[in-house]
Design a protein around this ligand. Structure first.
Ligand code: ADE
Length: 264
């Protein structure tokens, strides 16, 4: 390759990387969680990488890449890895539903994740399960148990939640909580487990992806925030409530994402 061609190729690649670096990534785990945003984008381009569809378009004037991560920590980690390798997003916003754990949280209420904790990573011995206080990384460092979301994004999420026209769920206007979200590879449908997660970690909601995404974003220094709207209370009735409220709760969480984008 002659020098002219090489220079052209280099500039082309740099421009391409620059264009991709400017996108904001928006992720949900389920179709319901990204449906409104996909509709709101109107025109978008679909790219498939590693078996995942990435929807490239604009929302509220911002260049975004939208994707469905799939359910659970493995799916979330894989999707986040493919996303970051291919698009190098400047920010990541996760939107979706959760089981509410705060005693006064009801289906429809919003939880903005200021800290994320993987509650099912630890050891089991004769005394039972103990969560590990840190996670060893391949480079020899440790990832802490509680992972902090970006405080500026969390602030924007709170403003958006307060100012957005959120739809009533089950006849009630959603309340907004900010705090800890507990992540594990389990759909929690147990009064006892819900109480334990609240008592042990101070978690206000539980879900299946947030801490995995947080772990990767912290490692790669990508500012992130996790927005959740409660579809249920992670109690004995969780499955029935989830089926009733996953649609409206997902839609409210997506409205908050739009409100965040308007502030950027
Ligand atoms: N996502 C929504 N509800 C949930 C629950 N009860 N447990 C785990 N993830 C959830």
């Amino acid at each position: 390759m002659d020098l002219k061609k090489l220079t052209f190729t280099l500039i082309f690649c740099l421009v391409l990387v620059e264009i991709q670096a400017q996108r904001i990534a928006i992720m949900g785990a389920l179709d319901e969680e990204i449906a409104i945003l996909k509709e709101e984008m109107g025109k978008y381009k679909t790219q498939n990488k590693g078996g995942i569809d990435f929807f490239l378009g604009k929302l509220r004037g911002q260049k975004v890449v939208l994707l469905k991560a799939g359910v659970g920590k493995v799916n979330a980690s894989y999707s986040t890895a493919v996303l970051t390798e291919n698009y190098r997003p400047k920010t990541l916003i996760f939107t979706g539903v959760a089981g509410g754990l705060a005693p006064d949280a009801m289906p429809g209420d919003i939880v903005i994740g200021e800290q994320l904790v993987q509650y099912d990573f630890g050891q089991i011995d004769s005394t039972g399960f103990q969560v590990s206080p840190f996670r060893r990384l391949s480079g020899g460092n440790h990832q802490e148990l509680f992972i902090q979301a970006d405080s500026e994004l969390a602030k924007k999420a709170k403003t958006a939640a307060d100012q957005s026209e959120l739809e009533p769920v089950s006849g009630r206007k959603p309340r907004v909580f900010q705090g800890i979200i507990a992540t594990g590879d389990v759909f929690v449908s147990s009064d006892q487990k819900a109480r334990e997660l609240y008592d042990e970690f101070g978690a206000l909601a539980t879900e299946m992806e947030g801490a995995a995404i947080a772990h990767i974003c912290r490692t790669l220094e990508i500012p992130f925030v996790i927005i959740r709207s409660c579809s249920d209370n992670a109690n004995n009735h969780a499955r029935v409530n989830f089926n009733s409220f996953v649609g409206p709760a997902s839609a409210n969480s997506a409205r908050i994402v739009l409100g965040i984008l308007e502030q950027m």
